[in-house]
Ligand binder design. Sequence first.
Ligand code: ADP
Length: 357
Amino acid sequence: MTTVEYDHVTKQFDSGDQEVVAVDDLSLDVEDGEFLVLVGPSGCGKSTTLRLLAGLETISDGEIRIKGDVMNDKKPKDRDIAMVFQNYALYPNKTVRENMSFGLEMTTNLTSDEIESRVQETASMLDINELLSRKPAALSGGQKQRVALGRAIVREPTVFLMDEPLSNLDAKLRTDMRAELQQLHEAIGVATVYVTHDQTEAMTMGDRIAILNDGELQQLATPLECYHEPANEFVASFIGSPSMNFLSLSYETNTGMGTSGSITYRFTNEQREELGEQTSVRLGIRPEDVEIATEEGPDTVEAVVRVLEPMGKESIVHFDVAGESMTASVPAEYNFESGDRVRLKLPRDRIHTFDTD
Ligand code: ADP
């Protein structure tokens, strides 16, 4: 079943003489219990997409439904959602207990005993019972984040909305909280829409991820599908770190050869079928799929080492391949030096091809 539906949703901002289409004809569903991550570069429309669902922005066109009910004209408080913000948005003069209970007092008919028991239960889940009498100023960043989560969880909403909730935490805490949020999600099982600009966060947390660019949905799929079968070059370069390498080749249909300067690459029959009558090809390969070749072959290219970045077990090596740069992630045993000439193998089954228009 579906919890949230965006049905051809558009949001346009008119600021002075400028019109910005922040969300462009977006259609996507969030399934019951699903953890859906909205990801994309700054300004791609993630926050606006979330704020439309929260009722903090009005929809220009289209429809948003929660459990089948149209939300377009409903006030935020009537949407049965709970939102967690990047800056926590706690009430500074209220204790943790009051921060958590306030929303329930305002929006439900629960007795104070019922509210207290829900607060206690949620506090135990988040391990913040000891903090209930404190005010936010007496909490660390990580603790504030837990309280902000607690305040959302205690309301038992139909959907959780999270806007970069971990971005104010330091790297170590962020990684820990990622895992903890996933466990909480498993335990609670409430549909969650989670916004981040961080592709690692998206890849590790999302059941599915929706990749946005310029207000448009690029791909909606599981993290592994986005990684292995990127819908287009934007997705391919956005997902994965270091980023995918791209080469533009002119393509000869008869021979199945792609060339660029001194690079020649022979495509497989299957790839040739896919390429059809194209005369140019954009070829992509991930740094982790580039290998150091032990012998010449149709799937190898000559390269010159530019820079080597040791990363421990592996090194990231930046190569020059006929004037284009290419990055490879190679075992640390390769002690390359700048200027070394090597042959790189671009395994054919790891090659992605993209439209050049
Ligand atoms: P993201 O969250 O991906 O960084 P946003 O949803 O915040 O992106 O913004 C998408 C686009 O909409 C941007 O171009 C931004 O400048 C514009 N935008 C967002 N909010 C407003 C607003 N209140 N008025 C005008 N333009 C806005």
